[in-house]
Design a protein around this ligand. Structure first.
Ligand code: IPE
Ligand code: IPE
Ligand code: MG
Length: 236
């Protein structure tokens, strides 16, 4: 892994706007999701070219279960196809695949595909693609609280010793570098339950571009803008 000076080590993207992209063209929402997967493939490669160590993509939130069953089924089909089509290339490119979120709630064949993707790329070190699947930041934090409470009750953890690092060590992102840059497409300016803890000092980048139209040039521009930001972390 080789970060470039001034470049973000860890970039996360809330890939939003697939439905609106399709609607503007009079197409069904699934057409937008299909284009969105193509955009994700392009951006994964571009992130590697830009020297980003970790790219975290928000693909399915724990709130996305509120969508119609047909749309969820379409998304699962696209996930299946993405893994089948991309895994070989990602593995060869030295990319480690990591999943954050409770993907075990997905159908068993999808779980098996994901487990295989994780296992086959576990030793890769060039870069990490973290995919958020059935991810919700609040439930992630609640799970940490539950674990800490259990350990305190068992007497294996002194409650007074709990600090930020104790919590961070139990998050699904624990072994990843700190989140530097969080991008959201489609003009929405909210976090939608994504990486609430991890985004504490991330730079935020909002673009009106709908996810299917987000390309390598726009990622490069966001990275360049990141390089011009002054990060103070509370200091002067
Ligand atoms: C993002 O696009 C993809 C997922 C949430 C899975 P949307 O489906 O949210 O697209 P819009 O927001 O309806 O345009
Ligand atoms: C956030 O987008 C989740 C993903 C991109 C996977 P949503 O479209 O689900 O978010 P809201 O509903 O607009 O907040
Ligand atoms: Mg959306």
């Amino acid at each position: 892994m080789s970060g470039r000076p001034g470049a973000p080590r860890h970039v996360a993207i809330i890939m939003d706007g697939n439905g609106r992209w399709a609607k503007r063209r009079g197409l069904p929402r699934v057409a937008g999701h299909r284009k969105g997967v193509e955009a994700a493939q392009v951006i994964v490669r571009a992130a590697g070219d830009l020297g980003i160590e970790v790219l975290t993509l928000y693909a399915f939130s724990s709130e996305n279960w509120r969508r119609p069953a047909t749309e969820i089924a379409d998304l699962m089909d696209l996930l299946r196809r993405f893994i089948r089509r991309e895994l070989g290339q990602l593995a060869e490119a030295g990319i480690r695949i990591k999943v954050i979120g409770d993907y075990h709630a997905f159908e068993s064949d999808v779980v098996a595909l994901i487990d295989d993707a994780i296992a086959r790329t576990a030793d890769n070190r060039r870069a990490t693609l973290a995919v958020a699947l059935n991810y919700g930041s609040q439930s992630e934090l609640a799970a940490v609280a539950r674990d800490l409470a259990r350990e305190a009750k068992d007497g294996t953890l002194d409650p007074e010793s709990i600090d930020e690092s104790t919590v961070a060590a139990r998050l699904s992102t624990t072994e990843l570098p700190p989140l530097d840059l969080l991008i959201r497409t489609s003009g929405e300016k909210r976090l939608s339950n994504f990486l609430l803890w991890q985004a504490a000092y991330a730079e935020l980048h909002f673009t009106d571009t709908l996810w299917p139209d987000f390309d390598a040039d726009e990622l490069a521009a966001a990275i360049a803008e990141f390089g011009r930001r002054e990060r103070r972390f509370g200091g002067l």
